[in-house]
Design a protein around this ligand. Structure first.
Ligand code: ADP
Length: 683
């Protein structure tokens, strides 16, 4: 059987001038025990009605009721059953009500004797947040009436007896007996009584005692709250420290912080973002949201328009704006700021700066949303500040770790370069050196050697000397480029001529029957480019050289030039050769990178060519990259080069400087020669 209405409400309705009083659970326990003891110590046979919220509370007191039942047969105990509590007529009457019944929130004890009456009719406060937060059962709060006013006690007994009959109709007769024995004719007007407890109680000593009890409990509750808040603070800090220790990833640490803050402090939204002192904007990177609150994650906020942010920046202290909507600073701020407040639905706003050595590096914000402004207590703000300190440490630590990682990576690269250099010098320098030595020794020690063999020896020595010279030359070139110690003379140049020079280098260094077919596609109306001719030819030569090296005689090489966006030309050298694995497309530009390693080289080379090309292209703010569909699928090397500023009109035919380059000596020089029309030519 379940009746949702409240007995307290019914009673208050009957005695409209009475006001309920707040009681801690501990006070109610003391009062109930005192009332029960008074019954046990007396010798009359009273009416006793007791309501317990749950069976477990009743079980703790059952022995008392068995003793009380020895004195009177008018004892009624009501409770919500949990195990074996049920409607029963034994030593006394037990009345079981449903778990959903209004009585599950109430606590009643009514004692009426011939000499006196006492009653306690209370209801637990709806919000359990406080007691749950404090985690202390004795701090549970009730409100209601405790009095020895005869009229009020009888009214309470009447309401309860009527309920009992509703739950257990078979008790009607017994209840009627109780009514006739203990309840006088209900007067027309119930006692109006004084408004405030405890003057409604005749015994001032008892009243004072109850007051002391209440005050004591209140102090206990306050002390407990302080301890709980300290505990919460320590727990949060501990959580943050663990997160920082476990992970150097600032993202994870900020995620933990934002979520814990939002949950513990009951915010609708909590956010953390990085920001510097001079930053104009900040992007909201971390957010915790209560359900149905609009997200602001990923948004970019204008910091300079936010008057609250600016105040925090100036004072370096936390700022709580309880009522954002009516704040004068907001009214004076730009419309976009007011829109932000509306869209994010911010009613109350807490800013806590994340500082490191006095420098602002981020911000923690808590928002209350909706129509009713709220605030955070001092100790709660102190908690956010403590967390903000940890966030600061985490951010700085993570930054240092990131730079350390970069440094480590650089060191690793340096180490790789060093080992590559050792391997290269071992192979590329020692091998030709030994060959040269053997050739020269044979020439010196074998005067009778045939002139043909002599020539072969000389040619071999010369070729290997050339290989060594190239390596040394490339190495010096790259060092100079990397250290910025190169002469750099940009000027308007004809792309066509530069391509021609690169191509002629290939032609002069290879036999036609031993090289793949080379196709040149340079459109007629190409604008002049702005570059240093010597270095441009160097790039073209190296790329063509590679295409030639890594493509079989049956294959094809093509060079094409075309204008692209941003006043640039794009040069593409395509071959049908051995191709590059997709994960190597970037690595090939590393210094000393050679796919098969220096020791297995069949094609020669230093592993420095592409690194040199990248250095050169970057000097004119261009880009160079490789494309390939993989092994044996050919490769494409592209680079971009800026068009000369005055060249949009002047095409390659006029005013261009011509470049020639002597690659064999490794030095280059510019000469004037007639520029030629762009053509498509097959070599
Ligand atoms: P190397 O002197 O070894 O050619 P590079 O820096 O010019 O040095 O090239 C580095 C590496 O990139 C080469 O050893 C080769 O493995 C790869 N590579 C360069 N160009 C091509 C190409 N056209 N086709 C296939 N692989 C290439």
């Amino acid at each position: 059987m379940s009746i949702p209405t409240s007995v307290l409400a019914e009673l208050l309705h009957a005695i409209p001038n009475w006001r309920p009083q707040m009681y801690f659970k501990s006070s109610l326990v003391a009062l109930s025990h005192a009332m029960e003891d008074q019954v046990l110590a007396g010798n009359g046979s009273p009416l006793v009605i007791a309501t317990f919220q749950r069976e477990r509370f009743y079980r703790q007191e059952a022995h008392r009721y068995r003793r009380i039942a020895r004195q009177t047969d008018q004892v009624y105990v009501l409770s919500a059953p949990e195990t074996d509590f049920k409607n029963q007529s034994g030593e006394y009457e037990t009345i079981a009500f449903d778990g959903e019944d209004g009585l599950t929130h109430e606590w009643h004890l009514v004692v009426i004797t011939q000499q006196y009456a006492n009653c306690l009719i209370c209801r637990e406060r709806a919000s359990q947040r406080e007691s749950q937060k404090n985690g202390m059962d004795s701090n549970r709060r009730f409100e209601g009436i405790w009095t020895s006013d005869q009229g009020v006690c009888e009214e309470a007994a009447k309401i309860l007896l009527e309920r009992i009959v509703q739950y257990r109709p078979e008790l009607t007769e017994k209840v009627n007996t109780a009514k006739s024995l203990y309840l006088q004719e209900v007067p027309e007007e119930l006692p109006t009584g004084p408004q405030q407890f405890p003057t409604n109680n005749p015994d001032p000593f008892v009243n004072r005692l109850v007051n002391y009890l209440q005050v004591g409990q209140y102090k206990l509750m306050k002390a407990y709250r302080a301890i709980a808040s300290q505990e919460q603070k320590e727990r949060l800090i501990h959580l943050m420290t663990v997160a920082i220790r476990r992970s150097l990833d600032p993202q994870k640490i900020l995620e933990v912080a934002v979520e814990q803050l939002g949950q513990v402090l009951g915010a609708c939204r909590s956010i953390i973002y990085r920001c510097g002192e001079a930053d104009e904007t900040a992007t909201i990177t971390h957010e915790y949201l209560r359900p149905k609150i609009p997200t602001v994650q990923g948004e970019t906020w204008l910091l300079q328009q936010n008057p609250f942010f600016q105040t925090v920046l100036e004072t370096r202290e936390s700022l709580l704006v309880k009522e954002v909507a009516n704040h004068p600073s907001l009214e004076e701020s730009p419309q976009s700021m007011q829109n932000l407040v509306k869209q994010a639905n911010i009613t109350s706003w807490l800013f806590v700066p994340v500082l490191y050595q006095g420098r602002l590096i981020g911000m923690v914000e808590l928002h209350h949303c909706g129509t009713v402004p709220d605030e955070w207590a001092k100790e709660e703000i102190a908690l956010v500040e403590a967390v903000a300190n940890q966030v600061g440490v985490a951010l700085i630590q993570a930054e240092s770790y990131a730079s350390l990682e970069v440094l480590n990576q650089q060191l690793e690269e340096l180490d790789n370069t060093r080992s590559n250099l050792v391997a290269i010098t071992g192979h590329e320098l020692r091998t030709p050196l030994s060959t040269i030595q053997i050739c020269l020794e044979s020439l010196a020690s074998e005067p009778d050697m045939s002139p043909e063999l002599r020539q072969v020896m000389l040619n071999t020595a010369l070729a290997d000397a050339e290989r060594m010279r190239t390596l040394v030359q490339d190495f010096l070139t790259l060092s100079q480029l990397e250290s910025g110690r190169v002469e750099w003379n940009p000027e308007p140049l004809s792309m066509y001529e530069c391509v021609e020079l690169g191509v002629s280098h290939i032609r002069s260094h290879t036999v036609q029957s031993e090289r793949p077919n080379l196709e040149v596609s340079v459109p007629e109306n190409l604008p002049l480019v702005q570059a240093d001719g010597e270095w441009l030819v160097e790039v073209l030569t190296k790329l063509l050289d590679n295409a030639n090296k890594f493509t079989s005689v049956e294959g094809e090489i093509a060079i094409a030039v075309q204008p692209i966006a941003n006043q640039m030309l794009q040069v593409t050298i395509t071959d049908t050769g051995r191709g590059i694995e997709p994960n190597r497309l970037e690595t090939v530009f590393d210094r000393f990178y050679q796919e098969e390693g220096a020791l297995q080289r069949t094609t020669g080379g230093t592993g420095l060519g592409l690194a040199i090309c990248r250095q050169i292209v970057q000097r004119w703010h261009g880009k160079i990259w490789a494309e390939s569909e993989g092994k044996d699928k050919g490769s494409q090397f592209h680079f971009t080069i800026p068009i000369a500023r005055s060249a949009s009109q002047s095409k390659s035919k006029s005013n261009s400087k011509s470049v020639s380059k002597s690659k064999s000596t490794g030095s280059s020089h510019k000469t004037k020669s007639q520029s030629r029309k762009g053509t498509n030519s097959k070599q």
